[in-house]
Write a protein that binds this ligand. Structure first.
Ligand code: GAR
Length: 215
């Protein structure tokens, strides 16, 4: 079966990109990474892509007059590389409705909280401030509102007494690296489908779409 051709949009470290590259290095994985595109030059994610022999592109948003023209350029490069599906992996630009509609139901994101709790750029800080006992990460289809959209996979972790932001971030990140490849696999195999505001999962095996704290 043909593998789904995926473009990954990044802005920085790229550890989630690495998890996707590692998964896709297995020929049995149902998706291949066709392009890694960064809006920031020189970031570690680009080095990771190059090391994996994957095509890279840099489209610096600062070189454009507004979001529209920047997104047009991003779209053109994705299409040029035959990309069929887009993963945001630490991509730190808000996307307009225009871009989201062009990739509707073909665009997913990972966020470091159990959505719909703690949207935004300070998920761990906000989770600690709220005193929650469990946090985690969410892979979801992208909708125009920030950190909103049908949920594909979630992974939970405990919040432990004395946790600093960095402790919680590290614990969640480890689960992000499991959740993102799982979500992309379920979608690429046609086992995760958008149905209204939710995602229906056809996963008879134990993995399902939830990763538990003590797994
Ligand atoms: C990840 O923790 C990801 O969930 C988060 O940025 C980090 C990127 O790390 N994304 C967001 O906060 C988006 N709202 P990475 O570059 O090592 O994958």
């Amino acid at each position: 079966m043909a593998r789904l051709k995926v473009g990954v949009l990044v802005s920085g470290r790229g550890s989630n990109l690495q998890a996707l590259l590692d998964a896709a290095s297995d020929p049995g994985y149902p998706a291949e990474i066709a392009l890694v595109l960064s809006n920031v030059p020189g970031v570690q994610a680009l080095e990771r892509a190059a090391r994996a022999g994957v095509a890279t592109a840099v489209i610096d948003h600062k070189a454009f007059d507004g979001r529209g023209p920047f997104e047009d350029a991003v779209h053109a490069v994705l299409v040029e590389h035959g990309v069929e599906f887009v993963c945001l992996a630490g991509f730190m630009r808000i996307l307009t409705d225009g871009f989201v509609s062009r990739w509707f139901d073909r665009l997913i994101n990972i966020h470091p909280s159990l959505l719909p709790a703690f949207r935004g750029a300070h998920a761990h800080r906000d989770a600690l401030a709220a005193g929650v006992r469990v946090s985690g990460c969410t892979v979801h289809f992208v909708r125009p509102a920030m950190d909103d959209g049908p949920i594909v996979v979630q992974a939970a972790v405990p919040v432990l007494p004395g946790d600093a932001e960095a402790d919680l971030a590290a614990r969640v990140l480890e689960q992000e690296h499991r959740a993102y490849p799982l979500a992309l696999r379920l979608i690429a195999e046609g086992r995760a489908r958008v149905a209204g505001d939710r995602v229906e999962i056809d996963a008879p095996d134990a993995a399902g779409a939830l990763i538990n704290p003590r797994d």
